[in-house]
Design a protein around this ligand. Structure first.
Ligand code: A2P
Length: 302
């Protein structure tokens, strides 16, 4: 898995199509999408164009998608993946993830976690998809240490990856150590602090005060020292912590900037200053609380 990937959450249609072309031209080879992002068709169209034009072959790219928590039932896993593959115009994905450990049900105005669906049942179906060759690797997202431990005790195929929210204010040290000890890679979503989150919340008539990683003074000082941007410092920090990061941008200049993080290194002082910015769970942005009563489900929790 290339360490730096291109995140596509909240990117759609023409804007994603153009941006993804820029990203592939820039050199991104790891693309992150999901059933619930409703943009797999766009990703598929752009990939096909690059394959048809001979600019890339399938093996050049690492494609991740995820099963939607809204359709996550054991008897639907195969159909969901097949549908994602159809939209992506691919025979296999490189990585297929359980997007969230709870199946989300909406009836009328009520949203809650399905009481009888357990992620271990889903995992067994994910294993079948792996063995059938439709997913080179399988993994999870938004899983805590406890949940991964339970999965490890109940699986034939180990999860390859845990994709979680991770940025300078939520550094996930214990989780990263645990995953490293168990040979599980960590992918950081919202690595820049997800400044676009309120755009998502506004669909539900909500807003949230977001910690401002890109505008942080210490980050700015380190950026100045290396003649880099705050975003580049935030991404470089995650890479030096040994995790993969998938920044999202639909802005060509930023897409280029976010990929240009391999020609400098943060020194010990920089690393110590950035480590001290840790806030922990209070800085979590994507808490899924927008999905009503899912917080009452026994598997809710990070
Ligand atoms: P846009 O897509 O309009 O360029 P994250 O990956 O942490 O969720 O952050 C994504 C948000 O950060 C998006 O709103 C994106 O805006 C913005 N963004 C991405 N790259 C940069 C950058 N280099 N500098 C400032 N903002 C950025």
């Amino acid at each position: 898995m290339p360490a730096l990937g291109y995140g596509t959450w909240q990117a759609k249609d023409d804007s994603l199509e153009k941006a993804l072309e820029v990203a592939l031209e820039t050199g991104y080879r790891h693309i992150d999408t999901a059933q619930i992002y409703e943009n797999e068709e766009v990703v598929g169209r752009v990939l096909k164009k690059f394959f048809d034009e001979g600019k890339l072959i399938r093996e050049d790219v690492f494609i991740t998608t995820k099963i939607s928590p809204l359709t996550m039932y054991p008897d639907k896993v195969e159909d969901c993946l097949k549908e994602s593959l159809r939209k992506l115009q691919l025979d296999y994905v490189d990585l297929y993830l359980i997007h969230f450990p709870i199946t989300i049900v909406t009836t009328g105005r009520d949203t809650y976690g399905h009481p009888n669906i357990d992620y271990v049942q889903i995992w067994k179906k994910m294993e079948e998809q792996h063995l059938a060759g439709r997913a080179k690797l399988i993994g999870v997202s938004n899983f805590s240490i406890k949940k991964i431990e339970r999965l490890l005790r109940n699986s034939r195929v180990k999860p390859a990856t845990n994709q979680v929210e991770m940025h300078v204010f939520l550094q996930q040290r214990q989780l990263v150590d645990f995953c490293a000890q168990n040979g599980i890679t960590v992918v950081a979503y919202s690595p820049l602090g997800c400044s676009g989150y309120n755009e998502f919340l506004s669909r539900y008539g909500q807003t949230k005060k977001l910690p401002d990683a890109l505008g942080n003074k210490i980050v700015a000082k380190i950026a100045k020292k290396h003649s880099k941007s705050p975003a580049q410092v935030l991404l470089r920090y995650l890479l030096q912590l040994g995790v993969s990061a998938i920044p999202k941008s639909v802005t060509p200049e930023r897409i280029g900037q976010n990929f240009d993080v391999f020609d400098f290194a943060l020194d010990e002082d920089d690393l110590a200053s950035l480590a001290a910015l840790e806030v922990g769970n209070a800085a979590r942005i994507c808490d899924f609380k927008v999905f009503g009563r899912i917080t009452e489900h026994p598997n809710y929790g990070f």
